[in-house]
Design a binder for this molecule. Structure first.
Ligand SMILES: Nc1ncnc2c1ncn2[C@@H]1O[C@H](COP(=O)(O)OS(=O)(=O)O)[C@@H](OP(=O)(O)O)[C@H]1O
Length: 275
């Protein structure tokens, strides 16, 4: 009888707001194996795109949940769209905000690779991809080549600017910051942090994660400790990245360094990656 729980739809208790290409899908997939979590499968894009449809529409997009579950949705665009924080605040000023951040240099390459796939460009030729990335990265000003700051792929990684917009409305305690690089290396650490933040029993543990041949180098999650059923991410995740020349990587790292330093100071945490 205890298993019979009334299911209904309601607005989310927590939103995974980004960053794009930082492991948002992996994090949502892993946390949704928790019995006390009900997560929306697709990206809802309510606060950035469908806001005019109103909160009833938003609610209708939510997954069914019972009283023992918290409801989560993820839309990575929310982090970078300046309209969104105020809208979220108006809905619920106590909402929990989940942010996952990955080294912005890797993140930029990941987003670039995705954009190439979407345009069906050079998808089997990483050398061409590398050249194209470098061509698109720079702009020339007064015969000087500098990083094109207004390229979305670069701008999306200026995390501190985006977080500042959110902090106009929400205090630091509203956020949890998950390390997207460590989610690949030590997923259990990051899941422990997230379960704690969400007030969930810490039942997703180290034993739940496995490396399989199915998803080379990326962890999958065991759905049930009693059996062998394992969930990995789709082929769209964990794509091969082009090798970008070392000097370009170094310039990108130098470019992001002051923003990264400011970010970790703002969120009062040790750097997630070598800045
Ligand atoms: N366990 C596991 N399996 C597969 N992939 C994993 C995993 N953990 C993190 N990642 C990394 O997630 C990157 C995609 O990030 P997102 O899911 O946030 O992308 S998106 O913004 O929703 O498009 C994806 O980026 P790419 O490697 O460029 O494909 C992965 O590096």
């Amino acid at each position: 009888l205890n298993d019979f729980k009334i299911q209904r739809k309601r607005l989310p208790d927590a939103i995974l707001i980004g960053a794009k290409k930082s492991g948002t899908r992996a994090l949502l997939t892993f946390i949704s194996t928790h019995p006390n979590v009900s997560a929306a499968d697709s990206e809802i894009h309510f606060f950035d795109k469908y806001y005019h449809l109103g909160l009833d529409w938003y609610k209708s997009q939510m997954p069914y949940s019972n009283d023992n579950q918290i409801v989560i949705e993820k839309t990575p665009k929310y982090l970078v769209d300046p309209k969104v924080p105020q809208r979220v605040f108006q809905m619920n000023k106590n909402i929990k905000l989940i942010v996952i951040l990955r080294n912005p240099v890797t993140r930029a390459i990941s987003e670039f690779v995705q954009s190439q796939h979407r345009q069906k460009r050079n998808i089997n030729n990483v050398n061409e991809q590398s050249k194209r990335f470098v061509r698109m990265l720079y702009e020339s000003k007064n015969q000087n080549f500098t990083i094109r700051k207004n390229w979305n792929i670069i701008k999306n990684g200026l995390y501190v600017n985006h977080i500042k917009n959110w902090m106009e409305y929400f205090p630091l305690e509203s956020f949890v910051f998950i390390n997207g690089d460590n989610l690949i290396q030590n997923p259990h650490d990051e899941l422990e942090k997230l379960q704690k933040f969400l007030g969930l029993k810490p039942i997703i543990k180290k034993e739940n994660f496995v490396l399989t041949n199915q998803k080379k180098g990326f962890p999958c999650i065991r759905l049930d400790s009693q059996n062998e059923e394992v969930k990995c991410l789709s082929d769209q995740k964990g794509r091969q990245h082009p090798k970008i020349p070392d000097n370009v990587i170094k310039q990108l790292q130098d470019f992001y360094r002051p923003y990264n330093n400011e970010l970790f100071e703002l969120i009062k945490q040790e750097p997630f990656w070598t800045v």
